[in-house]
Design a binder for this molecule. Structure first.
Ligand SMILES: C[S@@+](CC[C@H](N)C(=O)[O-])C[C@H]1O[C@@H](n2cnc3c(N)ncnc32)[C@H](O)[C@@H]1O
Ligand code: SF4
Length: 476
């Protein structure tokens, strides 16, 4: 099914984000003007015009409509005028599309990755952010409360950015097999096994020169995160080589994404526990049929064995779950969540399936899910976790998330500070390894990014070129 949309606006992408939020599975083209959106910002006056004349294929309460709305913005600074105009345009378009479709979206007109970011911004502007999100941004009261609680929990741990703090991210983009929902750029181990020793050597060098450059500038390493992919796909020996790089560093948190149970054993846990404070061991679901269906090649039994082993170490354990996995109903997710809660990990992260470009599910046109079941799963996750003593501490949204839901990290006592830093941009991030993206934030809010080389082979072959550029970036 297709929808023709013409947008005449300097905020074209924002307008299209709203349209896509209502029609996530419909192809949008610009061949004609079934939906026409025009915005105009003239000095302090923002005006929006929306026309629609839809064909019969599209779900809509009305087939023809025209609306116009304008506002006088009480601001003098150009950035504030633009910010407020954009909000006005998005809120108006949301309102009319919501009427047209007869649908309310859980996050209303918020289309960005970080709903908490808007919350902080509204508070800085002096508003009661929670109620404003409901009244003006059309966020459901439950989601506005989730955002508000997440922000207030974050504040108990991390209040503001410190320009001298650095977090280190080490990327190991390798997995034992590809899960059907995943679009992370990671290689299957069987194709890169012979490159792993050399890759490890290069990542070690990357970590060492990055640490030296950072320390020479008098910065402090706060948090370290080994992610991917699945870092535990590395052999125990290679994992040890990389972890040892941090033996003389004073950090306050160190996470290793241990991901899949089939990549973790006692030898690796012995090494990891010498350095790490936290691991992520992810069931995703407690249903063997689903695990097979999503190509994860592990079983619930294997997960339980690894968990029993990991529990013996003094590591905080996080467990990732995904709601709306293929073939699963609300009851399946509820079962997995209850099982996870029974195991009492320190952190539980509830994801909602997102149909990502490049994933097998998306490539195979998978649309066999029910939005209502997903909504129920997410609502249930909040209340079950709350009753079990968990609090939400970070959250983010992804495009094409089923039923417009979100991903939320919950903790009992110790939230993952790296996750908060990263999501709320409270610390610069220096990324090592193929595919990592370093990020620096300068005074005045200017962001600069340095993406490393993506593929493992390319990273090894062009390492020296990357090293020179990265040192320049780190010493800016
Ligand atoms: C970077 S992945 C790596 C985790 C690790 N390799 C594993 O599979 O356990 C982090 C988490 O993102 C979630 N995730 C990945 N792709 C997703 C998708 N398409 N929709 C929802 N959640 C997703 C999964 O819960 C996964 O554990
Ligand atoms: S979910 Fe994890 S194990 Fe699966 S493909 Fe993605 S990164 Fe690899």
């Amino acid at each position: 099914m297709e929808l023709s949309v013409r947008v005449d606006s300097e905020f074209e992408n924002d307008m299209l984000d709203i349209v896509r939020a209502f029609y996530p599975y419909i192809k949008i083209n610009s061949e004609s003007e079934e939906l026409y959106i025009k915005t105009k910002l003239d000095k302090n006056t923002a005006r929006i015009i929306i026309n629609y004349s839809l064909n019969n294929n599209i779900q809509a309460e009305k087939s023809d409509y025209h609306t116009e709305n304008s506002i006088l913005l009480q601001e003098t600074e150009e950035v504030l005028i633009k910010r407020k105009a954009k909000r006005f345009f998005k809120n108006n378009l949301y309102k009319y599309l919501s009427l047209l479709c007869g649908v309310n979206l859980p996050y209303g007109s918020i289309t960005g990755v970080r709903p908490t970011g808007l919350f902080y911004q509204l508070e800085e502007e002096g508003f009661d952010a929670e109620s404003m999100m409901v009244k003006q941004f059309f966020v459901s009261p439950d989601k506005a409360r989730l955002i508000s609680e997440t922000v207030s929990n974050q504040r108990k741990y991390l209040k503001k950015r410190n320009d001298d703090d650095i977090d280190i991210y080490v990327n190991i983009p390798v997995c034992v097999s590809k899960c059907s929902y995943c679009s992370f750029p990671s290689s299957e181990l069987k194709y890169v096994k012979n490159l792993m020793d050399l890759y490890t050597e290069k990542v070690k060098e990357d970590i060492n020169f990055s640490l030296k450059t950072i320390m020479d500038k008098g910065k402090k390493i706060k948090r370290i995160y080994f992610g991917g992919g699945t870092p535990t796909s590395l052999s125990a020996k290679n994992l040890s080589v990389l972890l040892e790089c941090f033996k003389d560093i004073n950090y306050d948190e160190f996470t290793v994404e241990a991901g899949r149970a089939d990549t973790v054993d006692k030898e690796k846990l012995d090494i990891i526990s010498k350095f790490a404070t936290r691991i992520s061991l992810n069931p995703q679901t407690f249903n063997d049929k689903t695990l097979k269906r999503i190509g994860r090649l592990t079983t619930v039994g294997q997960f339980m064995e690894t968990y029993e082993l990991a529990k013996k170490y003094s590591l905080n354990i996080n467990m990732d779950l995904i709601a709306a996995l293929p073939g699963e109903k609300f009851e399946d997710f509820e079962y997995s969540l209850k099982k996870t809660i029974e195991l009492e990990p320190e952190n539980i992260t509830v994801h909602t399936l997102s149909l990502k470009n490049g994933s097998d599910l998306k490539n195979n046109n998978y649309y066999d899910f029910e939005s209502k079941e997903t909504e129920k799963s997410l609502n249930c996750s909040y209340s079950l976790l709350f009753n079990a003593g968990y609090f939400p501490y970070y959250m983010y949204r992804q495009k094409n998330c089923i039923a417009g839901q979100e991903n939320t990290g919950y903790a009992k006592k110790f939230p993952c500070l790296y996750n908060i830093d990263m999501m709320e941009e409270l610390s610069d991030i220096v990324a090592c390894g193929a595919g990592g993206i370093s990020k620096r934030i300068f005074s005045g809010g200017r962001h600069e990014r340095f993406p490393s080389l993506k593929g493992i082979k390319e990273y090894i072959e062009r390492f020296e070129e990357m090293k020179t550029k990265k040192i320049n970036f780190l010493t800016l």
